[in-house]
Every structure is written in structure tokens, then in C-alpha cells.
Write a protein that binds this ligand. Sequence first.
Ligand SMILES: Nc1nc2c(c(=O)[nH]1)N[C@@H](CN(C=O)c1ccc(C(=O)N[C@@H](CCC(=O)O)C(=O)O)cc1)CN2
Length: 300
Amino acid sequence: MSAEIIDGKAFAAEMRARVAQEVARLRDDHGLRPGLAVVLVGEDPASEVYVRNKGRQTLEAGMKSVEHKLDAATSQDDLLALIAQLNADASIHGILVQLPLPDHIDSDLVINAIAPEKDVDGFHILNVGLLGTGQKAMVPCTPLGCLMLLRARLGDLSGRNAVVLGRSNIVGKPMANLLLRDSCTVTVAHSRTRDLQEVCRRADILVAAVGRPQMVTGEWIRPGATVIDVGINRIPAPERGAGKHRLVGDVDFDSAAQVAGAITPVPGGVGPMTIACLLANTLTACCRIHGLPEPEGLTA
Ligand SMILES: Nc1nc2c(c(=O)[nH]1)N[C@@H](CN(C=O)c1ccc(C(=O)N[C@@H](CCC(=O)O)C(=O)O)cc1)CN2
């Protein structure tokens, strides 16, 4: 193996410590406590874990944490009523609706009902537009985490060839916008892209967010490239015992690490950065809502 392993878990821990420092400063200097409300509809086991971790890490950073766990059959109107209540709650600076939502709920409608200044996921159409036009926005947490890792490893990103594999609203599109904002030459590739492997091989920076376990192998990677693996896929691991599973990314780590200059592992790469950036966004939202200067280095 030749690649440097980018330790997202350690980077996220440093970021959370920095957020906690700033939260303490807000309390001491302004008597403020950032508050985050997380809404979960249904009983998806992975979502339950993520929501629990968000609540715990929010409290550890010194912020207020509120969890709303709603039955899977909750109506869209009831969910919208809860969002309206949280929008009006001055002690709440960030609102996040855990995705995916049950099929009977229109996710776009719900997300766009969140007050844009409290939209710490950065999914509201106003924040999407602000980011897309290079203006000050709330930035989606996973792409923000990827950007932080890239800047920490590479410094100035300008002029680099970046390929984003995947075009989702949550990761691929905002990631491409963030890399463009940092003056990369950006290609968004996806399942219909011709010569996909060749396109990826041109990348100095490759962000894989395609949702297909271990799809990107060493042959897809330019020697020395920086590879950010956003995928979180649970695959059977019979070698660990009957019915056991393990987590893998969208990149085949073993072959990719032979070629890349640096690579994020799964788990322990991008995943932990998602929640660290959520805390940073909640702090940023609190500062913006109260007209206070934002701490440096915690947003794009
Ligand atoms: N409203 C949102 N919903 C979802 C988002 C989001 O950003 N906003 N992202 C994902 C899930 N997610 C956070 O919500 C998330 C995913 C993974 C991790 C993480 O730390 N992963 C670990 C492995 C965890 C495991 O063992 O399963 C890692 O990669 O090391 C954190 C947050 C979908 N929904």
C-alpha cells in the first residue's frame, strides 16, 4: 500500500473540539447556546443510529439538543406543523429532518418548509441556489466534510482536475459546486457517463458518491490522486461468521490504496465528518441569526 490514509475520524474529533470551544465562547461572551432539533420519522435502524449520534455529539459540544421521533405513519401535515413550531422556536438555531423519509411524505416539500437560516443540512432550495451562485449559504454536511479533508491535505485546490462520481442532490451536486468555488476543473460523472473509468483516471481529486459497493478499483485511479470515498455500503461478511456484515465504500480500498496518493477509509473517513460539519453548521447558523461574526475555518 502506498497511499496516505486520511483519518476523517481524527479530523472530525478536532473539529468537534473547536466547535465546543466556540460554543463556550458564545455562552461566556453573549449568553447564547446554539440549539439543534433533529426530526426522525419511522424506525429505520441506520437512521436511528445516526440520529442518536447526532444528539450525543451535539450535547458533548455544549449545545442544546432536541430529538423528535415520530411514528412511521405520521402525516405530512403533522410533520409540517412540527417544522413550523421549530421555525418559531428562538432556542433552536438548526433543524434537520433525517432522510430518507417514508414514501407518503414529499421530502422536498418538508425540507423547503424549514426556515432557510435554520437549514443546517443546506438542502433548502434557497441554500442550494446560494451555493450554486457562489453566495453565502448553509452548506450540506457531507460535501463540506469532504472539502475540509481535501483542503487540509492539498491546501489550495485551484486548477486541479476534480471528478465527482455521482449526481445526488445531497452529495454529488453540492460537492461539484464547492469544488468549482475553489477553482477546480470539475467533471460530474455518473452511470450514463461514457468511458467512466477513463474519466475518473484523469482526476487529481476523485470523490466517489455513487452508492455502489467497491465499484472504483485501482485501475480507475490516476497515480498519486486524492480519493475521497463517500459510500457507506453494508455487505455480507461470512468470514466474520454466519449472517455478519461489514461496511465498505464505493471504492475498492485495497486496490485503490496501491495507486492513490491519499485515500479516505470506510468506516472512519467521510462519515464522521458529516456529524462534525452538522455541529459546525449549527454554530454558524446561531452566529448568523444573532448577527455575530462566524468562527473561521468551520464553513466553506
Ligand atoms: N438529513 C440528512 N439525512 C441524511 C444525511 C444527512 O447529511 N442529512 N446523511 C446520511 C446519513 N448520515 C447522517 O445523517 C451519516 C452517515 C454516516 C455517518 C458515519 O459516521 N458513518 C461511519 C460508519 C457508521 C456505521 O457503522 O454505520 C463511518 O463512515 O465511519 C454519519 C452520518 C443519510 N441521511
